[in-house]
Structure formats: C-alpha cells, structure tokens
Design a protein around this ligand. Structure first.
Ligand code: KG4
Ligand code: ZN
Length: 342
C-alpha cells in the first residue's frame, strides 16, 4: 500500500482531553476532534482523576464518530489505530486504550501504542511539513520537562529532564496560590504581559554548563515564600510583576539549556513541544535567540501544542513505518518515560 495513503485513526485520553483524529499518511490531518473537560475540573482547581475517567467513557465513542465523519471516512477505510498508552492518569488512559484495542480487534487492523511525550514532539511534523530530524526537542508540558536529541523518526536520546516539578506544573501551582483559575499557564501568560519581568529576582536551579536536568520546585517555593512574606508585612503585591518575573525565570532556564543542547549535539534546529509551548513569551524569546544564533526554530500551531489525537496519529504513523506495532495485551502505563530509542 502507498504509505502516503495509510489512514490512521488516533485516540488520546491521557488527562482531561478526550480526542480522536484521522490522518492520511503521516502529515495530513483529515480531522482532529478535542472534547475538553477543563470547565468541569476548574471548579476543583485541578484535574480530578475519577471524574476525568468517567467523562472519557461518556465522550470517547461520540468523539471517534465525529472524527470519522468529519474526515469523510468509515471504519472500513481505517488501516490502523494509534493510541496514547502513557504517561498520564491510569483510569483516563485505560478508556482510550480499551477503545483502541476493541477497534483493532474487531476490524483486524494493527494497533500502535504511542508515548504521549513523543506525540508532543511529533506535533511539529504536522505544523511544519518541511521539518526533518535531526533536531533538539524541548518538551514542556504539564507533567514533563525534557530535552531530547531526536536523531531520526525512531531514534531518540534523552539529554535531561526535570528532577521534580515540570514547568507547566509550576505555572499551574503558582497561578493557584495567586487565586487564578485552572489551568494556570495561560492565566500567568496573560497577566505577565502587564508586568515587569525583572521586578523580582527568583532563583534558577542547576545552572552549571552541560547539565540538562531541570528543577522548578525551588522556584515555585520561592514565589510562594515571596507572596507569604509580603502578606505578613501587609505589603500589597503587584501580581502582574510576580507573574512576569516567575515566567521570565522559567523561560531563561529553558532557553539557556536548550541553546547549550544545540551546541553539544551540533544540531542546527530547535523544536518546541508540549502545552507550555503555547506560552507567547517563551515562543518569542526562543524565536529571537535562535534567529540570532542562526538556528532553525519550529513550534506547533496552538491547537497542536496542548493535548490532541492528531499528534498521536503522527507519531503512530512513523512507528508503523518502522514496524513498531503493539499487541492486544497493550496496557496503560501511567509512569511511562521518554527514553532513549535506537
Ligand atoms: O501538554 P499538555 O496539554 O498536557 C500534558 O501533557 O501535561 O500541557 C498542559 C500544561 C498545563 O500545565 C498548562 O498550564 C500549560 O500546559 N499551558 C501553558 C500555556 N498554555 C498551556 N503554560 C504557559 N503558558 C501558556 N500559554
Ligand atoms: Zn500533553
């Protein structure tokens, strides 16, 4: 079969978005339906796993049906099913994995288990048809922060990741103590635009050259301590300055390590991935710095930055070209990591 004509049905349910997509070949999105649960979880200030699982169960079949009908395809025309099997919330992942296994079994078509974090990186292939490995990927999502040397479509090397909180997690927690609604990342992004990024000097961890690990829990505590001490002293804080200074610190750490990783690998291309890639200042700062250093820079369209099934379909397609299929024993792996792949 012509590989450009392969129809992949992809499913994503790792956190609070139920999504299904249909791709033709590796890079053409025929549909990408995303049912978000954000308004439901906002009341609780964060994702409630039990509620997420129940909502996925309700949403999964209608979302798949809608993805097929929007793509103008029937199940008979689907050649393979790709699904996120980790990392994520176990109950949430299980809904997508079970649906994908049922479809693959009943239609007798291949099943492809996809690592969600690899999916985030591959969102860039959908947004940028000219992008090819090798490159360095900076993955910044709600649960993970990593630098990955992507040598080829199926060959990666993990350069470093966070020792504690992920960048997105820090955004969400800082926003929460500042009384901003969930998810906090976009709220901080907005508020920061009115603040002075140099107003408060927050600490940066693991600054030594050649260290590609991240740590954001000290920064998070420093922001909380700052807010508490101001409260005790009865000094009114400028929330926009706090948001801007916190965001600036995160961005400068990400930027410095990403540029070092570019030098160390000899790559001429930097790729941004994950929900925090939607941050306007991060994208702007990386774009300016890469341009100054004659490094190519790619980041996904906003809708492909946060969780969606199209990116899972793209990753699944490239796995299938390498014969990396799963069997029907595929299970959810909540703690699945980004690993070296040869
Ligand atoms: O990749 P993602 O959709 O889910 C995970 O796989 O974790 O990322 C969600 C994270 C949340 O922490 C959210 O606050 C953050 O991405 N985020 C942002 C922005 N939009 C989403 N962080 C900073 N600025 C944004 N504009
Ligand atoms: Zn994600």
């Amino acid at each position: 079969m012509d590989k450009e004509k392969i129809i992949t049905l992809a499913i994503e349910s790792s956190c609070d978005e139920t999504s299904a997509a249909v791709l033709e070949g590796g890079r053409t999105i025929l549909s990408n339906i995303i049912a978000t649960q954000i308004p439901i979880h906002r009341k609780f200030g964060g994702v409630v796993p039990e509620i997420a699982s129940r909502k996925h169960i309700i949403n999964i079949m209608p979302v798949i049906d809608e993805a097929l009908s929007k793509a103008g395809k029937t199940l008979d025309e689907v050649n393979q099913v790709a699904v996120t099997y980790g990392p994520g919330l176990v109950g949430a992942l299980l809904v997508g994995v079970s649906a994908a296994k049922a479809l693959a079994f009943s239609r007798n078509i291949p099943l492809i288990g996809v690592n969600h974090l690899e999916g985030h990186i591959f969102a860039n292939f959908l947004s940028s048809p000219d992008l090819k490995p090798p490159f360095v990927a900076l993955v910044v999502s709600g649960g993970h922060t990593s630098l990955v040397h992507v040598k080829d479509y199926n060959s990666f090397s993990l350069m470093g990741q966070t020792r504690d909180d992920a960048a997105g997690e820090a955004f969400d927690k800082v926003a929460r103590v500042m009384g901003l609604p969930y998810p906090g990342g976009p709220q901080i992004d907005k508020l920061a635009q009115e603040g002075n990024p140099l107003a408060i000097d927050f600490p940066r961890a693991l600054q030594e050259k050649g260290n590609y690990e991240f740590s954001f829990s000290g920064l998070k505590s420093a922001v909380l301590n700052y807010l508490n001490s101001m409260k005790l002293k009865k000094i009114e804080v400028n929330k926009a300055d706090v948001a801007a200074s916190f965001q600036h610190t995160v961005i400068e750490v990400l930027l410095a390590k990403a540029m070092d990783a570019i030098k160390e690998t000899g790559c001429d291309t930097l790729v941004l991935a994950g929900g925090v890639a939607a941050n306007s200042s991060l994208e702007k700062r990386l774009r300016e710095t890469t341009a100054k250093n004659k490094v190519n820079f790619y980041y996904p369209d906003k809708i492909l930055c946060t969780d969606n099934a199209a990116m899972i379909g793209c990753r699944g397609y490239y796995q299938s070209l390498a014969g990396k299929y799963s069997d029907l024993y595929l299970n959810a792996v909540p703690g699945l990591a980004l690993q070296d792949l040869e």
